[in-house]
Design a protein around this ligand. Structure first.
Ligand SMILES: C[S@@+](CC[C@H](N)C(=O)[O-])C[C@H]1O[C@@H](n2cnc3c(N)ncnc32)[C@H](O)[C@@H]1O
Length: 255
């Protein structure tokens, strides 16, 4: 995690224990003073309404409810992630590891398509946002079943993939792509995440750890015109809009 002098703010009704836990993990300063949202430094606010990351006049929270239209039958199967994952070809209730979970949007799509999803997130601030988003989604009747198939593990997925014996039919990698020079071109969400997280520093390790797990399918999300992760040529790619999914058949049995 980059050192951004993060502060943690606990408001009335906010989850104090979660705030203290995050402070312990990050060494960040905890304050009861409401943050000045225009300041450039990052602030993680634990409020009655959930966890909010702010900085430089921007705000971010993990809001999985905004994904609902994309989860509707008829829309979900047109998502390029689901077209690339082809859950029907991976058996009943296949398992997936989202090794770079971020704010959980891709995991939610996979869970809605029937996968049981294990999510790994190594950045404690992003994991706190995601945990909050999952807990709010769990009490939403439209999302609770789907979110019930999603489990968050706060760890480095390279370590997990190297040590764990658990088999996954699908592994998804979506590491941060290097910052674009014209930051105005990047979505606000990404700008805030990039203030926390360095672009992927261990492409080779991440790719090799995932490939060595021999999932039936390894999917890597890239910008449509971006280079292959770690320079590894996929078996095939599916491109849609601004994103591309590179597909690797690690055990040579899956279409
Ligand atoms: C581009 S974001 C992923 C966005 C995600 N696909 C979504 O739908 O919200 C990349 C995330 O991967 C995390 N990450 C990168 N390398 C990781 C690793 N080795 N283990 C766990 N998390 C990692 C970063 O902290 C960051 O939150």
């Amino acid at each position: 995690m980059k050192d951004n002098g993060i502060i943690i703010y606990t408001a009335q009704g906010g989850d104090v224990r979660a705030a203290e836990r995050l402070a312990g993990l990050t060494g960040a300063h905890v304050t009861a003073e409401p943050p000045d949202k225009t300041r450039r430094e990052l602030c993680v606010a634990f409020t009655e309404g959930g966890v909010v990351l702010s900085g430089g006049g921007m705000e971010l929270r993990a809001d999985l409810s905004k994904m609902k239209p994309r989860l509707r039958r008829g829309n979900l199967n047109f998502e390029i992630l689901i077209r690339a994952a082809k859950p029907g070809a991976l058996g009943e209730a296949p398992s997936a590891l989202d090794a770079t979970a971020g704010l959980g949007e891709d995991s939610l799509l996979l869970a809605a398509a029937g996968f049981t999803v294990t999510m790994c997130e190594r950045d404690p601030v992003i994991a706190a946002l995601l945990r909050d988003g999952l807990s709010r989604a769990a009490s939403d009747p439209e999302l609770s079943d789907t979110v019930g198939r999603m489990t968050l593990i706060e760890c480095d997925s390279v370590e997990l993939m190297r040590k764990s014996d658990t088999y996954f039919e699908l592994i998804l990698l979506d590491p941060m792509f290097p910052e674009r020079k014209k930051s105005g071109l990047i979505k606000k969400k990404l700008q805030l995440l990039q203030m926390l997280e360095s672009p992927c520093d261990g492409e080779e390790e991440l790719f090799c750890a995932a490939y060595a797990k021999k999932p039936r399918k390894l999917l890597i999300k890239r910008p449509a015109k971006g280079p292959y992760l770690a320079g590894k040529k996929p078996d095939y790619s599916i491109t849609g809009g601004t994103a591309r999914y590179d597909c690797y058949k690690c055990d040579n049995t899956t279409g």
